[in-house]
Design a protein around this ligand. Structure first.
Ligand code: 5AD
Ligand code: SF4
Length: 433
């Protein structure tokens, strides 16, 4: 049987799609890129904001209803991921073409559920991970490796702890053996994944210790990790990063709001000043570090002054890149019961303001790279013909024209043009493996 899979949302979901594919392929299913010819259609959904949820459910209705004209009849429709976990059985009532609803802890059951062809939802929380499953990786030479699943932080706006359950760290040994295999197979970039990587713990092994072992186990690969929580980021992680040259000088550190009052209502566990201290610590240890962040505009009770503090923080740090969101109510989260909700137009106006400001900063910071020589990892073809895409250590995309490097090779390039987060470059000199 042939299956088509599509993931929405964060890198964790993209990697879950690789895990699902690994599970299905080990049971004889084969993947196909054209959903029209698929026997099974799987969507891996994201519930973090209403917009993400609406998008995936829209796609589900479209694909679900679209089968009627097909020669091959109705495909088996499977909704996986966070929206599946959030709504469970009720989705089967709402979407009559939907067959299976499978939450993030139940993917091992997929082959059995598919074969049973019964309309059912599987959404139990199970402590454990997908150790032993070989993910069908789709993005050579970039690989994701899960180090922990779930989240115990309960930021008041966030649905993740409800749909992905309690934190669970994967065994150190199993992570390292996966890293060694990836390194031997020529993966040039390995990203460690977890909702809050800094709270990783396996017995005596903490996150910085794991990070050092990972870096030493894959000396020829770049190592990244997401996501870090400012309250749990300690000096040791920064020391390990500064001392291991293959850990990318790149840090994604969400701050969410620049106002202490809002941070408190968000249950983030740090103040703006403490956040800035962490940024200072990173920049002091690695002056050339590339920084990115997440911000939410229009959280309930956010006054003009609170919002201005967010603007000030963006201006003060001058992140190279920022993921900016307007607050979205997620039912069941603590923030839903807060008063003084901000009208939709105001949330949008604040978001637009942040976007304009960040665009200017991103363009200015990228512009500073013109004429500089940077090392990039060739990732594959770019959108246009005769172009190749690559990434810098700071995760910036660099497009090369008329080159023919093999994906996975490291090349030195001179930056010739910058357009926000996307850059253009020309190879210059020594090719390193
Ligand atoms: N509304 C808006 N943004 C949210 N995020 C998480 N929950 C919400 C929400 N309810 C954002 C945070 C987080 C990122 C992954 O998504 O900024 O860091
Ligand atoms: Fe959500 Fe906060 Fe956990 Fe991140 S740390 S997943 S924002 S609850």
């Amino acid at each position: 049987m042939k299956y088509y899979i599509n993931a929405y949302g964060c890198q964790m979901n993209v990697h879950d799609a690789e895990i699902i594919s690994g599970i299905l392929e080990s049971e004889g299913f084969s993947s196909i890129e054209d959903h029209e010819s698929a026997d099974i259609i799987l969507l891996v959904s994201c519930a973090v904001r209403e917009h993400a949820e609406t998008r995936v459910l829209g796609r589900l209705s479209q694909l679900g209803g679209g089968w009627r004209g097909r020669k091959s009849g109705k495909p088996l429709m499977v909704l996986c991921g966070c929206v599946a976990q959030e709504h469970g059985d009720s989705l089967l009532e709402r979407f009559r073409d939907l067959d299976l609803v499978v939450g993030p802890d139940c993917y091992r059951d997929l082959p059995r559920l598919i074969r049973a062809s019964e309309r059912i939802s599987a959404v139990d929380f199970r402590e454990g991970d997908y150790t032993g499953i070989e993910p069908a990786r789709m993005d050579f030479p970039r690989a994701y490796v899960t180090i922990m699943r779930g989240c115990d932080n309960f930021c008041s706006y966030c649905i993740v702890p409800y749909v992905r359950g309690r934190e669970y760290s994967r065994k150190n040994d199993s992570i390292l053996s996966e890293i060694e295999r990836l390194s031997e197979s020529g993966y040039g970039e390995i990203t460690l994944l977890g909702q809050n990587v800094n709270s990783y713990r396996d017995g005596e092994t903490s996150f910085p210790q794991l990070l050092r072992s990972v870096a030493l186990s894959a000396p020829g690969s770049w190592i990244r990790f997401v996501t870090s929580h400012p309250k749990d980021l300690g000096n040791e992680t920064v020391r390990v990063m500064a001392s291991e040259q293959n850990i990318c000088r790149y840090f994604h550190l969400p701050f969410q709001s620049g106002s202490d009052a809002v941070l408190k209502m968000m249950n983030r566990g740090y103040t703006a000043r403490e956040y800035l201290e962490r940024i200072g610590m990173l920049r002091e240890a690695m002056p050339d570090i590339v920084l990115s962040t997440d911000v939410i505009a229009g959280f309930p009770g956010e006054s003009e002054e609170d919002f201005q503090k967010t603007v000030d923080l963006l201006e003060e740090v001058r992140f190279d890149n920022a993921f900016l969101f307007k607050y979205s109510e997620r039912s069941g989260t603590a923030a839903c019961s807060l008063e003084n909700s901000i009208p939709e137009e105001q949330r949008l106006a604040r978001l637009n303001h942040l976007q304009k400001l960040q665009r200017i900063i991103t363009v200015e910071e990228s512009g500073k790279l013109l004429g500089r020589i940077l090392r990039v990892l060739i990732t594959g073809p770019a959108k246009k013909p005769r172009q190749q895409a690559s990434r810098t250590e700071g995760n910036r995309m660099v497009i090369l024209e008329n080159t023919d490097f093999s994906p996975g090779s490291f090349v030195n390039v001179k930056i010739t043009r910058a357009d926000g987060w996307t850059h253009f470059g020309e190879p210059c000199g020594n090719l390193k493996s």
